[in-house]
Design a protein around this ligand. Structure first.
Ligand code: HEC
Ligand code: HEC
Length: 339
């Protein structure tokens, strides 16, 4: 395939020129995409040019405040892969019970959301590229190379699986034929010796797992994780004796793990990117809230609220907490359906 394409390039200068144009177009496309995604998902907190107190949400957030992404001295100390990891990680529980601490080696600031469950890997790299421009450097990470290597891994895994399947089928056929021959010779039914092809079967299973993993990695590169995933109706019934404990856990997770307070205001405290939740318990149906928390993009593809990777148990606890928010004060109406 590669050789064939090189052959064509060798043939006409015109084609080479055309390819160069396409390659340049891709880079610009990535930059534009990175800029758009940054404006949509990051600038409310980090500001349009990355400076502190520039984003409208900056001042309403608890400490630590969003980092100054235009600070070249500090930002250049991070590798591209480190920026990627910060934007695309699992949230850590920084409450006393959770045991992670802000300032640990692992980036554990609950009020910096993760985009791992919202954006494709490709999109996160586009954002990293854009963040680099905010402090006047360039991303060095080779995204096209990463994609090519994922494709290569997938192709290799496919070939390996096909080979393993053939080997399995051949071994299985041989074992059945032997059993048949024996049956004829002995004039009675003889079982197929399954142990004769157990190794081939195990190898095929292993190759299948590797193929699945390669497929998932490839999909995650180019497709948003929540795309087409609908959240099943949860069972929110809770024995009365457990409600108080779960609500307390939910409140803890809300602040110390998922940093919901970075974007939502309750009792005058917290960010302003999302609606205030003082009366969310009155306004919103708990099943709707649960589904929303698990995969906001499935319900509104353009929402600025990221999917934060809540486990079922965490989503249930946070939903029960949100359901207790039944303040007396009026809050702005947002017009969200409450089923
Ligand atoms: C809800 C507000 C908020 C949003 C939205 C947000 N961030 Fe942040 N960001 C923060 C906070 C808070 C910190 C932590 C500052 C600190 O550790 O001192 C942070 C830190 C960072 C850091 C520094 C990481 C480090 O290791 O110190 C980077 C890079 C970053 N954000 C990039 C982004 C990008 C890119 C986006 C959009 C995809 C984004 N942020 C969206 C609040 C936000
Ligand atoms: C980066 C900001 C951000 C974070 C973090 C965030 N949200 Fe949101 N949230 C929003 C935005 C924006 C909306 C408005 C929905 C829309 O796009 O129309 C929203 C909507 C909601 C709604 C529906 C509110 C209504 O009145 O319709 C609920 C409930 C909610 N969020 C709860 C949470 C919880 C709980 C967490 C933490 C697990 C959380 N959010 C984290 C930004 C955020």
């Amino acid at each position: 395939m590669k050789a064939a394409r090189l052959g064509i390039i060798g043939l006409t200068v015109g084609v080479v020129g055309g390819l160069a144009l396409v390659a340049g177009g891709c880079a610009n496309e990535q930059e534009k995409r990175g800029h758009e995604l940054y404006v949509h998902y990051c600038s409310d907190c980090h500001g349009e040019s990355g400076k502190q107190n520039e984003g409208f949400n900056w001042a309403s957030m608890p400490d630590p405040k969003p980092k100054d992404l235009s600070n070249k001295t500090e930002m250049s100390t991070f590798k591209d892969e480190e920026l990627f990891a910060t934007i695309s990680r699992d949230m850590l529980d920084t409450s006393e019970e959770g045991g992670d601490e802000i300032g640990d080696d692992d980036f554990a600031v609950p009020t910096m959301p993760t985009f791992k469950y919202t954006l494709s890997e490709d999109e996160v790299w586009a954002i990293v590229g854009y963040v680099r421009t905010l402090h006047g450097t360039k991303m060095e990470f080779n995204v096209a190379g990463r994609k090519a290597s994922l494709e290569e891994t997938l192709k290799t895994a496919q070939a390996k699986f096909e080979q393993a399947t053939k080997a399995y089928e051949a071994a299985e056929k041989q074992a059945s034929e032997e059993a048949e021959k024996k049956s004829e010779a002995l004039k009675k039914d003889v079982d197929v010796d399954e142990s004769a092809y157990a190794d081939e079967q195990a190898a095929m299973g292993q190759a299948k797992r590797e193929l699945d993993a390669a497929q998932v990695a490839m999909n995650n590169f180019s497709t948003r994780p929540g795309k087409g995933v609908s959240v099943p109706r949860p069972d929110l019934k809770t024995p009365p004796a457990q409600v108080a404990q779960l609500v307390e856990r939910g409140k803890r997770l809300y602040e110390n793990k998922y940093g919901c307070n970075a974007c939502h205001n309750v009792g005058g405290e917290g960010g302003k990117i999302g609606p205030a939740l003082d009366r969310a318990g009155f306004r919103l149906n708990a099943t709707w809230v649960y589904r929303w928390l698990k995969n906001p993009q499935a319900m509104d593809g353009h929402t600025r609220m990221p999917a934060l990777g809540l486990s079922d148990a965490d989503a249930k606890a946070v939903t029960l907490y949100v359901d207790t928010l039944r303040g007396a004060k009026a809050e702005p109406v947002t017009g969200k359906p409450s089923e």
